[in-house]
Design a binder for this molecule. Structure first.
Ligand SMILES: [Fe+2]
Length: 336
């Protein structure tokens, strides 16, 4: 299928200045003034990944999905149109504003504006983070993931999975229906949760450095009410993360160490719980009228720990050897 990555996110807000302070000082993004009440943010070599726009209605959002080239974009447009989806081929002026070579726009069944694009423009200056961080994990995995709530999960799945070609990583049917979908090695680029109202719940951005996540947590704790969900670790994408309130009615999940999936071997599976291994207190509260109120229930999955997911360059192996651990690791004692 054509879609390769989640490329950019646009948010309508009148609080452009508040967003700029938040995105640079807390998240570590680089701000780019686009003029006309629009502020764009870099998180890698691209000219923009996130943008906020006072010209869009408050709460409006749009999702940029990346395809390989103009041919793939044409193929996607044709397939959508054959399925009865209204597709608009956007003019060059909008492509310039999005810093891409070309794009189409259409809507998902919940009414979210989607844009598919190719040819993202690369900046001619290096990325300079808004605070001292080592950078973000993007590249072929895209800018991160989003979680949206949709009124009809079956309709959303028919659109994202069957028509757009997203693949299911894992899912849960009760107490709430939630599907985690991937388009590349990132465990999920989109999470769909069934709820009465259609909202963008959060954007995830993933840091290279574990310490950048911890230092961001320190900064956020200095602000009253900034942290919506405490530090914790998810059982499915294994992300270590916390969630921050933004100037808009949505959250940003700041994460590290997300797992990868390989389509050659990955099998979608149903989870017994979405309860975190530990932490993430407050997460269910933020999902509003979806799951039950209160803090996360204790996980009922049988496994409550998993190895850290690391990249070359951000870990060193310890040399110590402990006979007890070696035995536990190999299952000899059953103690691991
Ligand atoms: Fe997330």
């Amino acid at each position: 299928m054509e879609i390769q990555a989640f490329g950019y996110l646009g948010i309508g807000t009148a609080k452009v200045e508040d967003w700029t302070g938040f995105a640079t000082g807390l998240l570590g993004l680089q701000t780019m003034d686009r003029g006309g009440g629009m502020r764009a943010f870099r998180m890698d070599d691209r000219k923009q990944r996130l943008f906020v726009d006072a010209g869009m209605a408050d709460g409006e959002r749009l999702f940029g999905w990346e395809v390989a080239d103009a041919t793939a974009l044409d193929a996607l447009a044709a397939r959508l149109q054959r399925a009865g989806v209204a597709v608009r081929r956007e003019a060059g002026a909008l492509a310039d504003q999005r810093c891409v070579g070309g794009l189409i726009s259409f809507h998902d069944p919940a009414g979210n504006r989607l844009e598919a694009f190719h040819g993202a423009q690369i900046a001619d200056t290096p990325f300079r983070p808004g605070r001292d961080i080592a950078g973000f994990r993007t590249g072929p995995q895209g800018m991160g993931h989003t979680l949206i709530t949709v009124p009809r999960i079956d309709t959303a799945l028919a659109f994202y999975r069957d028509l757009l070609g997203f693949r299911i990583s894992d899912f849960i049917r009760a107490p709430v229906a939630a599907y985690f979908l991937h388009v590349n090695a990132r465990h999920h680029s989109l999470a769909l949760v069934e709820a009465p109202h259609s909202v963008l719940h959060h954007l995830l951005i993933e840091y290279f450095s574990f310490d950048d996540v911890g230092q961001g947590y320190d900064i956020a704790q200095a602000e009253a009410e900034r942290i919506a969900v405490k530090l914790g670790r998810h059982p499915n994408d294994l992300m270590l993360s916390y969630y921050l309130r933004t100037p808009s009615d949505m959250l940003v999940e700041c994460g590290w160490g997300g797992r990868e999936v390989d389509d050659a071997t990955w099998q979608p599976h149903e989870m017994a719980s979405v309860g975190s291994f530990w932490g993430h207190q407050g997460l269910f509260d933020t999902l509003g009228d979806g799951p039950p109120p209160g803090d996360m229930p204790p996980p009922v999955v049988e496994i409550q720990r998993a190895p850290l997911q690391v990249m070359e360059g951000n870990y060193e192996r310890m040399s110590g050897v402990c006979p007890w651990w070696d035995a536990a690791k190999s299952g000899a004692t059953g103690g691991a």
